[in-house]
Design a binder for this molecule. Structure first.
Ligand SMILES: [Fe+2]
Length: 271
């Protein structure tokens, strides 16, 4: 009888552990011939249940992993679809061909230089690819050469593109961080940028990085209103606009990125 009491106590403790989520094999010790009935039969039944529960948990974990992978694939496909829209936009304007990809690559390099983690670097890269997506909502007139001064309606359209881009992307909930960057990519650190004249501290750092990469790429490629400048000249302009148009820390980080690129591609000095 005492042996039965001890076995019962052991069984109850094992059941309590299982109930708490601890699927140790202690209960199997009660399935030997020396354990009196009905403790032994209960322990055997519990052991079988545990095996089934564990198998189900394993399958559930697999399903969660599969769902996570599927979710990531959907996310990437959506980003690629929106990026394809951005590329379609570039087809309307021969001067900006490749601009989004170059800005994305440069901005990501600045983010690396500034010590961002992998997730934040990817955020900067995606925002770089999509930064001008709002131009989809603009007429072809914004891509035409209007001489030294754009007509007011063209200026209005150009000024609207960050907000239009944010509006387009706002329907994609998982891109909300990207959207917050895109709407701010033409803000200036002296608080006179557009569309919201945000003060420095309210401009996301990612947007300040993209502003530098965007400015540099615009200056170093042929545009209707200017010939491409050399890397050196463009960097000088970024420096002179530090603290006003651009964030000095981002420009400094970019200068280090550029120095490495220049060492690898010295021909760019004379572009
Ligand atoms: Fe822009």
């Amino acid at each position: 009888m005492q042996q039965g009491d001890a076995g019962l106590q052991q069984l109850l403790e094992s059941i309590a552990r299982v109930a708490a989520g601890d699927y140790s094999n202690d209960i199997m010790a009660l399935t030997t011939d020396s354990t009196p009935e009905p403790i032994r039969s209960i322990a055997e039944a519990m052991g079988l249940m545990m095996v089934k529960v564990e198998a189900r948990e394993f399958r559930l974990e697999q399903l969660v992993d599969e769902l996570r992978a599927l979710n990531e694939r959907i996310r990437q496909n959506t980003v690629q679809t929106v990026a394809a829209m951005a590329q379609a936009l570039e087809a309307r304007d021969s001067y900006t061909r490749g601009h989004a990809e170059r800005v994305a690559a440069l901005a990501a390099e600045i983010a690396v230089e500034m010590g961002f983690d992998q997730e934040r670097i990817e955020l900067v890269r995606i925002a770089g690819v999509l930064h001008d997506i709002g131009k989809i909502g603009c007429s072809d007139r914004i891509f035409q050469d209007h001489g030294p001064k754009n007509p007011p309606d063209v200026v209005r359209e150009i000024l609207s593109h960050p907000a239009v881009g944010a509006e387009i992307l706002s329907r994609l909930e998982f891109l909300d961080l990207v959207t917050a960057i895109i709407v701010a990519h033409h803000e200036r650190v002296d608080g006179t940028g557009y569309p919201n004249k945000l003060p420095f501290e309210q401009i996301p750092l990612e947007a300040r990085i993209i502003a530098v990469a965007d400015g540099f790429d615009a200056m170093t490629t042929d545009r209707p209103y200017q010939k491409a400048r050399t890397w050196e000249v463009a960097l000088g302009i970024l420096h002179s606009g530090s603290g006003a148009q651009w964030d000095g820390d981002c420009v400094t980080a970019f200068e280090r990125v550029l120095a490495r690129k220049q060492a690898a591609q010295p021909d760019h000095l004379v572009k």
